[in-house]
Design a protein around this ligand. Structure first.
Ligand code: ADP
Ligand code: MG
Length: 234
C-alpha cells in the first residue's frame, strides 16, 4: 500500500537516510527500530515531505506521491503523528481532534467526534480540557486521535512512547491495537521501545546510521540474538 524508496534524504550536505526501501501492506503494522540519531524521524519527515531534501520515489496505493506537499499526502491517506506531538495548547481536546479534519481524504468523509470518542473513550471525558492541561500520555493519545480523524489508510507514529511511563505505554499499545483491529488501518511506528513495537506490529526494519541493517518478522529478529545488542542495547 505504501512503497518507499530506494530513498535518500539530506540535511544540507549531510546524507542522513541512505538507500532505504520499505513497504507496508494493506492494514499491516511495521516498526522502524533504531537508536537515537540514526535517521528514523528524517525518514518519516521524508515520507511526509516535511523538511529534508529527498531523492527517491514514494508510492501510495500505487500512485506516485513524490513531489506532493505534506497536506496533499495527508489527504491521500497518510496520518502523521510527529515525535513532538504538536498539540495546540490553547485549543480543547475536541478542537484539537477537529483540526485533523483538514487532512481528510477528498473521496470520503472524516470520522465523527463520536467515532473518535468510541475508539478512545478517555478523550470523551477530557473533551473540554485544553491541550496544555493534558499529561504526556493523554497528549500522545490526542495526537493519534487527530491523525486518525481524517480516516487515513496508514498511520505514521514517530516514537509515540517517548517520555511515557511503562504503564501508560502499555495502555497506549492496547488502544492503538484495538483501533487497528476494528478499522484495518496500516501503521508504521518508529521506536526504540522494542517491547511496545513488538506489541503493535508484525515485522520490523532495523536502521543504523541511516541504513537498513535488518528486515524481517519479530521471530526472525529474535533468532539473531546479536541484533538487539548491536543496534539497540541501552
Ligand atoms: N533539521 C535538521 N538539520 C540538520 N540535521 C538534522 C536535522 N534533524 C536531524 N538532523 C540530524 O540527522 C540525523 C538523524 O536524526 P533523526 O532523523 O532525528 O534521528 P532519529 O529520529 O533516529 O533519532 C542526526 O545526526 C541529526 O543530528
Ligand atoms: Mg526521532
Amino acid at each position: 500500500m505504501l512503497d518507499v524508496g530506494p530513498l535518500d534524504a539530506f540535511y544540507g550536505d549531510s546524507h542522513i537516510v541512505q538507500n532505504v526501501s520499505i513497504t507496508i501492506g494493506d492494514g499491516e503494522g511495521v516498526a522502524i527500530l533504531g537508536r537515537n540519531g540514526v535517521g528514523k524521524s528524517t525518514l518519516f519527515k521524508s515520507i511526509m515531505n516535511g523538511g529534508p531534501r529527498v531523492d527517491g520515489p514514494i508510492r501510495l496505493r500505487g500512485e506516485d506521491i513524490t513531489g506532493l506537499p505534506s497536506f496533499a499526502r495527508a489527504r491521500r491517506g497518510l496520518g502523521f503523528v510527529p515525535e513532538d506531538r504538536r498539540i495546540y495548547p490553547h485549543l480543547t481536546v475536541a478542537e484539537n481532534i477537529a483540526m485533523g479534519g483538514h487532512a481528510a481524504r477528498a473521496d470520503r468523509p472524516p470520522y465523527t467526534l463520536e467515532d473518535i470518542f468510541g475508539f478512545f473513550p478517555l478523550l470523551r471525558d477530557l473533551q473540554t480540557r485544553r491541550g496544555f492541561e493534558l499529561s504526556g500520555g493523554q497528549q500522545q493519545l490526542l495526537a493519534i486521535a487527530r491523525a486518525i480523524y481524517g480516516r487515513p489508510d496508514c498511520l505514521l507514529l514517530d516514537e509515540p512512547t517517548e517520555g511515557l511511563a511503562p504503564v501508560i505505554v502499555e495502555d497506549l499499545a492496547r488502544q492503538i491495537n484495538a483501533f487497528r483491529a476494528a478499522n484495518g488501518t496500516a501503521c508504521l511506528i518508529a521506536e526504540q521501545n522494542v517491547r511496545f513495537a513488538r506489541t503493535c506490529t508484525e515485522r520490523l526494519y532495523l536502521i543504523d546510521s541511516g541504513v537498513i541493517v535488518f528486515s524481517g518478522t519479530w521471530a526472525e529478529f529474535d533468532a539473531q540474538a546479536d541484533l538487539q545488542q548491536r543496534y539497540l542495547a541501552v
